[in-house]
Design a binder for this molecule. Structure first.
Ligand code: FAD
Length: 235
């Protein structure tokens, strides 16, 4: 893993905005070393032990110790990918505790999988242009569409490339500050296979953690499903 880690660090991901026909594709291309490191994470079973039903039952009471012990060993060689891996685990916890049964049944197996090709990674889009530590100053808006579905608009920063994303956004009728924020489940692809968030402006040129893609994204009518009560997203 050490060699792969160094290769991934020296070969940062690239954003390919358009294909050769000029069509917008917003593809993020990772070095093969990055993909191999991701495969090692799946092989280590750091997610399976925590989220695969049979293993959870068999090791009940020990799953956090085993999952994080595996992560601790992994991070001795590769600290960068361990960041999105931890966020994937955090996303699984939110899905498990707060999402609808249909979403849980569909998404948790993609995190618990032992097949690297099937893995869904998770992320949180909280940070905005002028909103880092002060999350209550968040500006991205959420307008109600139908049932629990909302349309999200505005710019997010430090967005890790992921399939399952939890986004904080502000609905119109609630107070300012963190009390006004709701949480939304955003999936990279819509049920018809089309992309749910399209406009990746650029990847950040960072001093460290370079093998990971941290994007600036303009959400434009991105569909998000509210998780939990309105205005309770920060909690
Ligand atoms: C590698 C990397 C990955 C990231 N991944 C994600 C991600 O996946 N999702 C996501 O949403 N965000 C992500 N972030 C963003 C991260 O959450 C923010 O960087 C963090 O919240 C800090 O915000 P900021 O960088 O705007 O710093 P600021 O909030 O501008 O803070 C700058 C400095 O001012 C200090 N400061 C801030 N407010 C105060 C105050 N009121 N009083 C005194 N001092 C203060 C801070 O301690 C800090 O030293 C990532 C960042 C990095 C570097």
């Amino acid at each position: 893993m050490d060699l792969l880690s160094m290769q991934a660090d020296k070969n940062a991901p690239k954003l390919i905005k358009r294909n050769f026909l000029g069509e917008e594709i917003n593809l993020i291309e990772f070095h093969p070393a990055y993909e191999k490191l991701l495969n090692h994470a799946v092989d280590s079973k750091m997610f399976a032990i925590k989220w695969e039903d049979d293993l959870r039952a068999r090791f009940a009471g020990e799953i956090h110790k085993l999952g994080f012990a595996s992560g601790f060993l992994y991070a001795q060689a590769e600290m960068v990918i361990y960041c999105p891996l931890c966020m994937t685990d955090g996303a699984a916890r939110l899905i498990d505790g707060y999402c609808e049964e249909e979403d849980r049944g569909r998404l948790i197996p993609r995190i618990a999988t032992l097949n690297p090709d099937e893995l869904f990674t998770g992320a949180m889009f909280l940070t905005e242009k002028s909103v880092g530590s002060d999350v209550g100053a968040n500006l991205v808006t959420a307008s109600h569409e139908k049932d629990k579905n909302y349309r999200l608009n505005g710019e997010k920063r430090f967005c890790s490339n992921a399939n399952i994303i939890f986004v904080l956004a502000r609905t119109a009728e609630v107070p300012q500050g963190t009390k006004g924020l709701s949480l939304f489940l955003v999936e990279k692809s819509l049920p018809d296979g089309s992309s749910n968030y399209k406009n990746i402006v650029r990847l950040k040129d960072k001093l460290g953690v370079r093998s990971m893609a941290s994007a600036e994204i303009i959400l434009t009518d991105t569909i998000g499903k509210r998780v939990g009560e309105k205005g309770e997203g920060f909690k």
